[in-house]
Design a protein around this ligand. Structure first.
Ligand code: ZN
Length: 94
C-alpha cells in the first residue's frame, strides 16, 4: 500500500508574508492583513529590493496582493471553495 500525503492551503490560511534577502539571508515577516508594499531595500544590508524607479516590481507585487484579496473575497460568496496544493514541508530544503 502506498500512502500519499497532499497539502492544500486556502487563501484564508495566508497570515503573513515572508521576504528573504538573497544577499545577506535576513528574512522579514509581514502580517498579510494590512500589508501595503514590499520594502524598498533590505533593512539589514540595504540591498535594494525595489527602488523608486522600479515600477515593474512594485506594480506586479501590488497586483499580486490585489488578486489574492479579490479571489478570497469572491470565493467567500461563491458555491465553491478554493485552495492550492503545496509541496509538503520535509525539513529545510533548498
Ligand atoms: Zn540583506
Amino acid at each position: 500500500m502506498t500512502v500519499q500525503t497532499k497539502c492544500f492551503i486556502g487563501l484564508s490560511d495566508i497570515v503573513a508574508l515572508r521576504i528573504d534577502c538573497k544577499k545577506c539571508k535576513a528574512l522579514f515577516v509581514f502580517p498579510f492583513e494590512g500589508f501595503r508594499d514590499i520594502p524598498q531595500s533590505c533593512p539589514n544590508c540595504e540591498q535594494e529590493f525595489a527602488g523608486f524607479n522600479d515600477n515593474v516590481t512594485r506594480h506586479t507585487f501590488r497586483e499580486f496582493m490585489k488578486a489574492i484579496r479579490a479571489v478570497g473575497s469572491l470565493t467567500e460568496k461563491s458555491a465553491f471553495s478554493f485552495s492550492m496544493e503545496i509541496t509538503p514541508a520535509l525539513g529545510d530544503r533548498k
